[in-house]
Design a protein around this ligand. Sequence first.
Ligand code: ATP
Ligand code: MG
Length: 870
Amino acid sequence: MYTITSDEIRTIFLEYFQKHNHKKIAESSVIPENDPTLLFINSGMAPLKNYFTGEEVPPASNLCNIQPCIRTIDIDEIGDRHHLTSFEMLGSWSFNNYFKEDAIKLAFELLTEGLKIPKEKLYATVFMGSKELNLEPDTESIEIWQKAGMDRSHIVPQPFEDNFWGPTAETGPCGPCTEVFYDTGEEYGEAYTEGGEFDTRKRYIEIWNAGVFMQLNKMSDGTYEPLKFKSVDTGAGLERLTMTLNKLNSVYEIDSLRPIVDIIKNQCTSLSPESDIPESKINILSDHLRTVTILLAAGAVPGNAGRGYIPRKLIRKCCTILAKYKVDNFNYKEVINKIIEHYNKYYGHFEKNRNQIFSVFNKEVEGYSAVLEEGTARIEKMCGGLTAISGKDAFVLVTSYGLPFDFIQEYAAEHGMTIDKEEYDNEIKHHKEISKIGLNEEGGNGSSLPALKGLAENFAKTGFTGYEELSCKAHIIGIIKDNAEAELAAANEQAIIITDKSCFYAESGGQIADTGTISAGNMQLEVTDVKKAEEVFFHFAKVISGEVRVDQAVDMIVDSERRTKIEANHSAVHLLQKALRIYLGESVKQAGSLVTDDRLRFDFQCDKKLEADVLDLIEATVNEYIRRDYVREVQETSYEQAVKEGALAFFSNKYSDVVRMVSFGEVSKELCGGTHIASTGKIGFCKIISEESAGRGIRRIVALTGSEAVRYVQEEIKLLNEIAAKLKTGKKQILSKLDTLGTKKEQPEEAAFTVMTKEQTAKSTLQSSKGTAYITREYPAMTDEVRDEAIRVAELIRGVVCFYSIVDDKVQITIAIDKELSKSCNANGVIKSALAYLDGKGGGSAYLARGSGNNAGGLKDMLEGFKTLF
Ligand code: ATP
Ligand code: MG
């Protein structure tokens, strides 16, 4: 029935780009990581943003993949031929490699040869330039399309609004783009003639943004400068390609959507035979349930604000449609199961999260049934018997009773009433900024920073005193309650409090906010969260007793025990960062961190999993720094001076003239606005509890400190004791006991021994020390610091360390051995064996030896040799 299936298109696309030297990369979750500016991943390039700015290095110059996307901006288009809220984007990219010429050629070839589209069916739009913005027309692309084989009459110049992309912020990379359209034929409208209207809503369907050509940098004064580092971003909609290539009327007829549409249609007609539910509504249900399933599979939780609002809105819309057409007892399960079955073929997390998807979905639908019931009663009460619903009433029904505006509109239509939509829109606009910062169900806040920013303009900056003190006297200068500014808040109410100064740390730089109390006389507020925007602090609080008023003089007290735990975790992050740099190299770059009172999380760029022994070393080093009890020092200085002193600074463009440098002895210096423990000894103990991937090229370490770390270790040991008791043996005998119980123990690799038996030199000088801990690692140069580090690490692991560097084909090595161990395993002996591979010379003491050799080619065998010796 289909001339080409969506599966075939997937394969043709990926194989084509891989054949043309593009590396296929994994897709990202639709919920963005570390990007608060984006609601959901809405294009293939969104998760790769840092590759375009140069902040991160891509794994290859040319990439491709298939990325699930969510476009909330298209919600109102749903029901037309070609817009979906969720779709899969076929993407290809080139960073600082090929540009317009190759991009257009690749696109044309794939479309006409790979996908066999007759070229008469294809049209390309190009940027026509803008005199006003002083931007040249993209004549280059016109020429390249023509050269590739496209007729000039099929190339359509379009204005800035249509064919110029970016930047995503005020400034940054941007450029013209060229988009490919498919002509779906005369039954869908007039043919395009040069200079006439190019109808992209019905007849000509955009299938591929075949090249966003990032070639300009928008400056803060609004001018554009050429970019040094050019790149190409392309994206094609899989559903639209499947639709057009099969000459279908809409995306709802394609192979992956048709079965969903059919299930919904069958159910609606059998559950409510009389109600004539239109096809457009069936399509909306299919689209929305698909998107909801994708979001829930990715871990989204419906809520009133931010990311949670979208699945809630979509689910409510589906319920409202079904209620309107009197389809009772709709079997969502059958539909969602079909969606899971489809997506699980490509993305394994759908099946894994099946239970979660259903439990969240069912709870939301049940909750909404209650809302609908109460809302219908309320609407009857407020508007029954009237001929019009005022904008204000509609606003109250939406915001206070959770009824979707569509529902109210339909109610009005059914009862022959009008709605004052203009008044409603004004109400919404008026309250928009404030309503965004409303408290959410969990008592936290659903505030988004842009919303707080708007509000911050109304208040003076808050003086932060929390570096020096944990309590202070202050004045209340603002209260926000029920989404509006208020003069007072009474017992049991929730409110946002703004004061002239504050000792509460507001969430920033990965450190969570302080909690505590604000009080005056019998009035007491419990502060649960603090956010800041434009230096104004917003304290999210609940009134426990009395009444809080603007202008009141208050005492602010931070929960000091909790603050100390947060500080211990934050300082441990700095020490961890230093230890990581020792073992993984100076290039370790922070990718994000989270510091709370019960744990710390540190994300950093690294391609591979850390070996368990390296992780042990890192943990041991952090604990040694803790024992050395370095005193915290804070210095305010210029950015340049701080960097000169070796401070770690990662996001250099974000620093102001005066920066805050936090140091612990000589081991750690970082630019940091967070709060820190007075001396490292107070951290007590740090335990790494996990190391895992946190996205492409990013590893995540989670660790505990102080009493949390102690408790964790105790629980682990308790578990071990219990296992030993179950096996009726001692802890240390568990493994041998398991062996005797028949568990297969891995044999040491024989292969390494065979390599080595040929290298008699190395073996003969040493007694066998199999089982000794050892580590080998390359450094840029063999400095005294590296030598000291080698001695320290050898003691830490009670083993053998070989650090080496290669400069101009010359290898330098340092061997350090734990002093106790060196009585039986001499560093002089080890280095002689090692140098035999390098044609080198050297020597030293029993625990430290150094040497160098000219045969860098022997290094690999030398490192292999280590494997067989220890
Ligand atoms: P349109 O103008 O048709 O909404 P767009 O310009 O927003 O498309 P791009 O942002 O360039 O689209 O996205 C690249 C490709 O992704 C498009 O060429 C199209 O094939 C696909 N696409 C975009 N939006 C949707 C959508 N809502 N549903 C399905 N596919 C889409
Ligand atoms: Mg669009």
